[in-house]
Design a protein around this ligand. Structure first.
Ligand SMILES: Cc1cc2nc3c(=O)[nH]c(=O)nc-3n(C[C@H](O)[C@H](O)[C@H](O)COP(=O)(O)OP(=O)(O)OC[C@H]3O[C@@H](n4cnc5c(N)ncnc54)[C@H](O)[C@@H]3O)c2cc1C
Length: 420
């Protein structure tokens, strides 16, 4: 296919197979995803984004967006891969407590720009992750029990829609689109800028405590009950690995003495710590371990056999149990479709799907940002939210131009259903 007409209307670099930069620019975070796009285009501004969307639609070529490639699980082979990393401006307005960012911005840039004002965004565990994909996919932060999902912190997004229009999604503009992007992923348009809220957090008390693995089963059983008593300021997760210890990960927005008082009941069951590294740190300096989950399930209660799943002869190398709830479970009436807000725990497991069947049968669903399986997208939402997302998709992208992603198909028209 001739891509010269794309080059004519596009200011940023454009790469075809065989071009020097093609391989470097097509790579995603997952090295096994060997996508072979027809063309890779690096956008320099909203006009480039418009040109790319219009070109893809005119030629019926699927369009994929990369901010950082961290959340790319669907290969853009044969399509147009639009990269936004050149659009990574971050502007902090300390009075409004808002960061206005380009679609290629990473959380690390926002954290650094907000920190001098004593502010922090609802970023996740890795500073290299992009603001756009993370926020549109829900955004579970270590601060989310206190302040909600990152999607809840989105104030405004400007997007190029499937018909090439640049529109604003906010409370006052296109409220259905604004609802959809607060959890429904990159299904409705390509964002050219986002505004997210910042929160008054500069230092937190955070770290890990490791206990003998023999106490893990009892601790998990107690954790299920005890977690419900945690205040929103306290966030905890338990990591099971293959070694002689298990890890309790904690973050407390508040004084160390309060954290120790709150954690004491859990410690009394977990036993004497083998190692403890809890300290007051700047939000920008938090470094906590995480399990990269190949399987991710939200559950009401933890299955009894969790501890037995992981072991030296098992394909399960690590399990992370997170406690959700808090502000995430008390959304504003106008909140978007992110997550299963009433489900208190998640189980992230690094293992092939066959190895986790005993957990999957307890699953209430997944979370879009931690989902890798494009055939399981519906499980990331409540049935009512998923139905509504498909309606919003039909309104804004009826031909499913934005389908090289964790895709939500447009709802069928009534007439189409009658014709079947
Ligand atoms: C190491 C690591 C740590 C993580 N930690 C967390 C965590 O703590 N909490 C959490 O919630 N998630 C976490 N995630 C998941 C992460 O939020 C998702 O992978 C997210 O999709 C990454 O967004 P991105 O823009 O960086 O990725 P990309 O791969 O660039 O984009 C992923 C998808 O986002 C959409 N998208 C990107 N840019 C745009 C745009 N401009 N307009 C419209 N749609 C767009 C597209 O659908 C795209 O396919 C983590 C992932 C990794 C790899």
């Amino acid at each position: 296919m001739n891509t010269q007409d794309l080059r004519n209307g596009f200011r940023g670099p454009v790469h075809r197979p065989g071009d020097e930069q093609y391989d470097a620019q097509r790579a995603a975070f997952n090295p096994n995803l060997d996508a072979r796009p027809l063309v890779v285009a690096e956008a320099t501004g909203p006009a480039d984004v418009r040109a790319a969307v219009t070109w893809a639609r005119a030629h019926d070529v699927p369009l994929a967006v990369h901010a950082t490639g961290h959340g790319t699980h669907v290969a853009a082979t044969g399509g147009l891969l639009l990269k936004t990393h050149r659009m990574s401006t971050v502007l902090v307005d300390p009075d409004r407590r808002i960061a206005k960012v380009g679609p290629g911005a990473r959380w690390g840039d926002v954290i650094a720009a907000a920190a001098p004002f004593g502010l922090a965004p609802l970023s996740g565990t890795a500073p290299g992750v992009g603001v756009a994909g993370y926020t549109f996919g829900g955004g579970f932060s270590l601060l989310s029990r206190k302040f909600g999902f990152a999607a809840d912190s989105l104030v405004r997004a400007d997007l190029v829609t499937a018909d090439g229009e640049l529109v604003t999604a906010s409370r006052g503009h296109n409220p259905d689109l604004f609802w959809g992007v607060r959890g429904g992923g990159g299904n409705f348009g390509v964002a050219t800028s986002l505004e997210v809220k910042l929160f008054r957090v500069s230092e937190v008390y955070a770290g890990v405590t490791r206990f003998p693995v023999e106490r893990a089963a009892e601790t998990l059983a107690f954790f299920q009950q005890w977690a419900a008593t945690e205040p929103d300021e306290l966030t905890t997760a338990i990591i099971l690995g293959q070694g002689p210890t298990f890890t309790v990960k904690t973050l407390h927005i508040g004084a160390p003495a309060d954290a120790h008082r709150l954690l004491r009941p859990l410690w009394s069951v977990a036993g004497r710590p083998v190692e403890q590294d809890l300290r007051t740190v700047r939000y920008a300096d938090i470094k906590l371990p995480s399990v990269a989950p190949r399987n991710f399930d939200m559950v009401d209660a933890l299955p009894d056999n969790l501890v037995d799943l992981v072991g030296p002869d098992s394909p399960v190398t690590a399990i992370e149990v997170k406690h959700w709830g808090g502000a995430m479970s008390r959304p504003a009436p106008s909140a978007g479709p992110a997550g299963h807000r009433d489900v208190p725990f998640s189980i992230g497991i690094n293992a092939p799907a066959e190895a986790v069947a005993s957990v999957r049968k307890h699953s209430r669903g997944s979370f879009l940002n931690f989902l890798h399986d494009r055939d399981a997208v519906a499980t990331a939402f409540t049935p009512a939210n998923f139905r509504r997302l498909r309606e919003v998709k039909r309104a804004w992208d009826p031909e499913n131009v934005f389908r090289t992603n964790l895709n939500i198909e447009p709802a069928r028209q009534h007439a189409e259903l009658l014709a079947r």
